[in-house]
Design a protein around this ligand. Structure first.
Ligand code: NDP
Length: 330
């Protein structure tokens, strides 16, 4: 038997209800590797899956949790043996497949990444999908020739999960970081993570029809899109790149024109964490172990248990979760 946050759907009303329950191991889905989960975290998607589902969950009863870290308990795949420490993000685990809000998970071996040296399971979930995505964004910008000598790098949605980790990584790598936030009270937090400049959200949300603005940014990690991305593209330096990871401010790119692309050679790089190939995953986790300042990461952590998840799921959908939630499932 193991404990899990089980979401059940009432056949008559169609309403879902999430509660911690004891489940028999025989109920775990198929998969080559059984993991004794140690930690998980809370993402926006988890909020949807703990609640009514947002169209992500296929079948009920369901165990949410889009990422987890733990120890392999049993494996029919040669790549993993009992005792191995592993991390999982993406692959629609916690949506289409039972996820990490449980003491046990059973998944495909292909979906797992061995934890790199220097990272324990708790730290891996302090990083989570948000931090993993931030690292992918930084790597994409580096692959497009961004270096610290090029000038300031902008991070939008900076006080959020992805933004916070992006700020910490970029600062550790020696970049001058400008952090955009709509929460002025988070200035000390962002400076503590390594931001040297705070940009008020309002400065970048007015939609303009100007073809270009003064060149300001040598790179950008954008979690917001919407009107902000439309403005930021026009402020990018010649030949620089924006890594687009999210849509916290809207799915459209408002006010965007072709001018930054054809007059300044600006690149818009799309970042997906869910179906990222395994080699890239290993590379990103190794870089996280190397380049994310763990003391700064620890300052972002808010501890939680399985029983806290219904409330946390509700809170994250309202934008009321701060820092990185680390869920101890045991
Ligand atoms: P959070 O909710 O933690 O952070 C988003 C931040 O965006 C907020 O903290 C806020 O920052 C800012 N923000 C929120 N609403 C608005 C708005 N209307 N206008 C401008 N800024 C706003 O989310 P995450 O950091 O976890 O995720 C960020 C985005 O990335 C989400 O859209 C998420 O779905 C997506 N995502 C994509 C992934 C991928 O694979 N591409 C993986 C993970 C997440 P502040 O308070 O500082 O202003």
């Amino acid at each position: 038997m193991f404990k899990a946050l089980l979401v059940e759907k009432d056949a008559e009303s169609g309403k879902t209800h999430a509660a911690v329950q004891e489940l028999d191991e025989a109920r775990l889905p198929e998969g080559e590797v059984t993991v004794a989960v140690e930690y998980s975290t809370v993402n926006y998607k988890d909020g949807l899956c703990i609640g009514p589902g947002g169209g992500l969950v296929r079948n009920y009863p369901h165990v949410p949790g889009i990422d987890f870290a733990g120890t392999v308990e049993a494996s029919s795949d040669d790549r993993y043996s009992p005792g191995d420490k592993v991390v999982l993000t993406g692959w629609r685990v916690g949506e289409a497949h039972w996820g990490g809000y449980a003491q046990k998970a059973r998944v495909k071996a292909d979906w797992l990444v061995p934890l790199p040296e220097g990272l324990d399971t708790r730290a891996a979930m302090a990083v989570g999908t948000a931090g993993f995505t931030a690292m992918l964004a930084v790597m994409a910008l580096e692959d497009h020739a961004m270096t610290p000598k090029d000038g300031p790098v902008l991070v939008t949605g900076a006080a959020g999960g992805v933004g916070s980790v992006a700020v910490a990584i970029l600062a550790k790598l020696g970049f001058e970081v400008a952090a955009v936030t709509g929460r002025p009270e988070q200035e000390d937090y962002l400076r503590g993570l390594g931001a040297s400049q705070i940009v008020a959200r309002d400065e970048l949300t007015e939609v303009t029809r100007k073809p270009l603005e003064s060149e300001r940014w040598a790179g950008c990690v954008d979690a917001v899109a919407g009107a902000m991305l439309g403005r930021v593209l026009k402020q990018m330096k010649y030949g620089s790149s924006v890594a687009a990871i999210g849509l916290a401010g809207g799915a459209a790119i408002e006010g965007a024109l072709i001018t930054p692309f054809i007059l300044r050679g600006v690149n818009l790089l799309g970042i997906d964490s869910v179906l990222q190939p395994v080699e890239m995953r290993r590379r990103a986790w190794a870089r996280i172990a190397q380049d994310l300042p763990m003391d700064k990461l620890e300052e972002m952590v808010q501890p939680a248990t399985l029983a806290d998840l219904p409330q946390l799921g509700h809170d994250i959908l309202k934008g009321q979760v701060k820092g990185r939630v680390v869920v101890d499932v045991n």
